[in-house]
Design a binder for this molecule. Structure first.
Ligand SMILES: C[S@@+](CC[C@H](N)C(=O)[O-])C[C@H]1O[C@@H](n2cnc3c(N)ncnc32)[C@H](O)[C@@H]1O
Length: 402
C-alpha cells in the first residue's frame, strides 16, 4: 500500500504489480509524476475518482527519487482514464470561511490549530516547504505568529489568545489558503535544524537535506565520516546559496572555515546578506554573484556543498501553486531530466577542490538519471531521516574520473 498525492490530497492506493519500478515508468508518463522537493514526498497527479479522501503521509522507506511501488496494473490504467474531478467534492468553498468569525469564536491555541487543519484540508493545500502535513503547517503558523517556539506545541495547546492575537492567527491561516503561499513566506521565517532564517519570495524556502547531513555524524562523528575533523576545514563553498542557509550552517559545522557562497540571483543574495548579518557571520561568509564557479577564479575549497536547481522541465510545468511562488530560477535544473546545472557543477568542481576535497550535492529524485549519465560514477548516496539517495558525495578524485 502506498499513499500518493494529487497536489494537496494524499490518497491511498493498492499497486498490484509486484516489486518496484523506477518512477519514470510508462504509467508515470500517463499520470504525470511530480517531484515535491521536500522531505519524503513523491507526489503524483492522479484522477481523484480513484482516491479515498484520507490524508496520509507516504510511509517511511518510500523515498522520492529512488524507486517507488508503481501502480502500473491494468486496473490502474483503466482507472487513470477517468477524468479528474475538482478536489474534495462536498467541501465548502474557501470563501465560506470568514477569518473574522474564527477570530471572534475561537479561543485557544488548540482551537486555532484545529481550525487551521480544517481549512487547509478543505482547501487542499500542498505541504512541502519544511513540513509535510496540514497539522504541522498549522502548528508552525500558529506558533510562529504567536512568537512561541515552533517545536513546542504541547505546553501551549490550552493557552487562550488575546483579541489581537486571535485576529493575527486567523488572518495568517486565511492568507495561507487564499494566496497558496508557503507558510514561510507569510511568516518571513523558517528553520533548518532549529536554526532560524529570514525568507521571502526572493529565495526558495530552505528545506535542503544537506542541513541534516551537515549536523550529523558524517562531519566529525565517531564512525564513518566524510570529514574526519571539521575544525581542520579552512575553506568551504556553498554553490547556489539562495538564502545563505547552508553557508551559515556550514560556518557552524566548520568553525575555523571561511565560507564563500555564490548565487546567480542578485535578489537572492540580498536575502542571504540579511541572514549572514542576522547570524553575525559577515567576517566568515562572503557572498558572490555569478554563474556557478565563475566568480571564484583561482580559489580552492576543502568542501563544496550545493543544493542546485534540479527540477526537470516536465515537473516545472506541473508544479502545484505553492511552488509557483518560488523563483523559477531556484527550481529549474534545465533540460528534460533537470540535469543541466548539476552536469556543469560536476565538470567544473575538481578545479575548485583541494586534493583531499569533496563535493556534497543534493539532487532530489534524479538519482537514476545521474547514474545513467555517469554509469561509472562512484556516487556515495546518503540517507537522511526522510530521504534516501537524494544527496551524494564525491571526492575530488572521483569527480575527475567521471
Ligand atoms: C534550490 S535553490 C537552493 C538555495 C539554498 N542553497 C537552499 O538550499 O535553500 C538553488 C539556487 O541556485 C541559484 N542558481 C540558479 N542557477 C544558478 C547558477 N547558474 N549559478 C549560481 N546560482 C544559481 C538560484 O538562484 C537559487 O537560489
Amino acid at each position: 500500500m502506498v499513499s500518493i498525492c494529487r497536489y494537496n490530497h494524499v490518497f491511498t492506493c493498492w499497486p498490484s504489480t509486484p516489486g518496484t519500478h523506477p518512477h519514470r515508468c510508462p504509467a508515470a508518463s500517463a499520470w504525470v509524476s511530480i517531484l515535491v522537493p521536500t522531505r519524503n514526498r513523491l507526489s503524483f497527479i492522479i484522477p481523484s475518482a480513484i482516491c479515498s479522501t484520507a490524508f496520509r503521509p507516504i510511509p517511511t522507506g518510500i523515498a522520492a527519487g529512488v524507486t517507488v511501488p508503481c501502480p502500473a496494473s491494468p486496473r490502474w490504467r483503466r482507472l487513470l482514464d477517468i477524468p479528474a474531478r475538482p478536489p474534495l467534492p462536498g467541501c465548502p468553498p474557501v470563501t465560506d470561511f470568514d477569518p473574522a468569525v474564527a477570530a471572534a469564536e475561537l479561543l485557544t491555541v488548540r482551537d486555532f490549530l484545529r481550525y487551521g487543519v480544517s481549512r487547509f484540508n478543505a482547501a487542499g493545500l500542498v505541504h512541502g516547504h519544511g513540513v509535510t502535513t496540514a497539522h504541522d503547517e498549522a502548528a508552525f503558523l500558529v506558533l510562529e505568529t504567536l512568537k512561541l517556539p515552533v517545536d513546542r506545541l504541547d505546553p501551549y495547546l490550552d493557552a487562550r489568545l488575546t483579541t489581537p492575537e486571535r485576529k493575527a492567527v486567523a488572518d495568517i491561516i486565511d492568507a495561507r489558503v487564499r494566496t497558496r503561499k508557503p507558510a514561510a513566506y507569510l511568516t518571513k521565517r523558517t528553520y533548518i535544524q532549529g536554526v532560524p532564517f529570514y525568507v521571502d519570495e526572493r529565495v526558495i524556502v530552505p528545506r535542503s537535506y544537506i542541513g541534516e547531513l551537515l549536523f550529523g555524524d558524517l562531519f566529525g562523528g565517531d564512525g564513518f565520516t566524510l570529514v574526519e575533523d571539521p575544525t581542520e576545514v579552512e575553506h568551504v563553498l556553498d554553490l547556489c546559496t539562495g538564502s545563505g542557509c547552508l553557508a551559515i550552517l556550514a560556518a557552524q559545522v566548520f568553525p575555523n572555515a571561511k565560507v564563500d557562497a555564490v548565487d546567480l540571483s542578485a535578489e537572492a543574495l540580498e536575502v542571504a546578506r540579511i541572514n549572514v548579518a542576522d547570524h553575525g557571520l559577515e567576517d566568515r561568509v562572503t557572498l558572490f554573484q555569478g554563474d556557478l564557479f565563475a566568480p571564484l577564479k583561482g580559489r580552492k575549497y576543502d568542501v563544496i556543498i550545493t543544493n542546485p536547481p534540479y527540477v526537470s522541465d516536465e515537473s516545472m510545468a506541473e508544479l502545484p501553486p505553492e511552488y509557483r511562488h518560488e523563483p523559477a530560477m531556484a527550481l529549474a535544473g534545465g533540460g528534460v531530466e533537470g540535469l543541466d546545472i548539476v552536469r556543469k557543477i560536476l565538470k567544473q568542481a575538481p578545479k575548485y577542490l583541494t586534493p583531499e576535497g569533496g563535493l556534497l550535492c543534493e539532487f532530489g529524485t534524479g538519482r537514476e538519471a545521474l547514474d545513467a549519465m555517469y554509469p561509472d560514477g562512484e556516487f556515495l548516496w546518503l540517507e537522511t531521516a526522510d530521504s534516501f539517495g537524494e544527496v551524494f558525495w564525491l571526492t575530488r578524485e572521483q569527480l575527475t574520473e567521471l
